[in-house]
Design a protein around this ligand. Structure first.
Ligand code: SF4
Length: 350
């Protein structure tokens, strides 16, 4: 796959109607879900993009880019409703072709304007009525069972807004994982948490059957963290390092990942050097282009996405480091690094 075109698509998006989208929510992605040459890809759906899709191919004007593109179809489980009357679609969403994703707590203690991560819209989808504030373990189990049975879901991602307890929301995920695995034994699940204070929660998540874990720092540069994530950036880096190390000890090398966002103003050489240190720790650095989605503070303030050439450069360099270390995203059992749709790292060979 042409990594140039793939990087361009990740930033500039494509003109194609997509039935499966996540227009707002936790994290950095605001995208339609498609398959490019059979690989999951989450792309901005942009009516001004120079790329369009005809005959399942990606075209740049009259030039065939050589990439095939199929949109992900609306899954059948979206038409279901829980025993207590909540549409399944409000409990968990399809990501890519076969990943079930949910934000178990859709609120965040850091959502005040002076604390919020500037790329995040976790509470916007709640305000829009697209989801519910808290999903119960029973609801998650019911939806997961249906999604596996009706749509062939192969893995699940559970993230959470930060809660007030010292565990920052991690302990609730132990209950959620246990409930889902009781309904769907063996389903690979990734949880995404902040450093949880008491590191024994990480052991408990593994004991509950969680397959892999993301502890997402977004940037290793403290000045960037303060500017982009005033609340979360106040968590000392030492807490992330302790949590990563415990997670690698418990889950194993390359079953632990973190996001690093491209486009927050960090020096690219520093970003790649930081990724190398993470790889040495056994942590997969999922480098992902920042995209200023509607509802974010960044979009309101006119911040733009990074240059596609920067996305390609960083992704290629980190992919090379990952290959040299024998740590591929495809070897993660579940989660964003396994999916890869929100970045171009897998397309670059990482
Ligand atoms: S990379 Fe993560 S957030 Fe993006 S589509 Fe895949 S599972 Fe969802």
């Amino acid at each position: 796959m042409s990594i140039d075109v793939r990087s361009d698509l990740a930033v500039r998006g494509v003109r194609v109607p997509t039935p499966v989208r996540r227009p707002a929510g936790a994290g950095p992605s605001d995208d339609g879900h498609v398959l490019i040459d059979g690989q999951n890809a989450a792309l901005p759906i942009n009516p001004l993009s120079p790329y369009e899709v005809r005959d399942d191919k990606v075209w740049l004007g009259d030039a065939d880019t050589g990439l095939s593109l199929q949109v992900v179809r609306r899954p059948r489980f979206y038409d279901g409703e829980t025993a207590d009357g909540v549409p399944y679609e409000k409990i968990a969403r399809l990501h890519g072709r076969d990943i079930l994703a949910t934000t178990v707590v859709q609120t965040c203690i850091r959502y005040a304007e002076d604390q919020r991560c500037r790329f995040c819209t976790i509470e916007e989808s709640l305000t829009a009525g697209a989801t519910v504030a808290a999903k119960t373990p029973a609801q998650l189990a019911e939806v997961a069972e249906a999604a596996v049975r009706l749509d062939g879901i192969t893995q699940m991602v559970m993230t959470t807004g930060t809660t007030t307890g010292p565990d920052r929301g991690a302990r609730n995920l132990v209950r959620c994982v246990s409930a889902v695995l009781a309904a769907v034994p063996g389903l690979p699940i990734q949880v995404q948490i902040e450093p949880p204070g008491d590191l024994r929660v990480i052991d408990d998540l593994r004991a509950a059957g969680t397959a892999s874990i993301g502890i997402h720092v977004e940037s290793l540069d403290d000045e960037v963290r303060r500017r982009w994530m005033p609340g979360k950036g106040a968590v000392p880096m030492a807490e992330y390092e302790a949590a990563w190390d415990r997670a690698v000890a418990v889950f194993g090398r390359n079953q632990v990942s973190t996001y690093l966002l491209i486009g927050l103003g960090e020096d690219p050489d520093d970003l790649v050097a930081g990724a190398a240190r993470l790889i040495d720790r056994g942590v997969y650095p999922f480098v992902v282009p920042f995209r200023p989605m509607p509802g974010t503070l960044a979009r309101r303030d006119g911040v733009t996405a990074p240059a596609p050439s920067l996305v390609r450069d960083v992704s290629e360099r980190v992919a090379r480091l990952l290959r040299e270390a024998g740590m591929l995203g495809a070897d993660q059992k579940a989660g964003c690094a396994a999916c890869g749709a929100c970045g171009v790292l897998q397309a670059a060979g990482g």
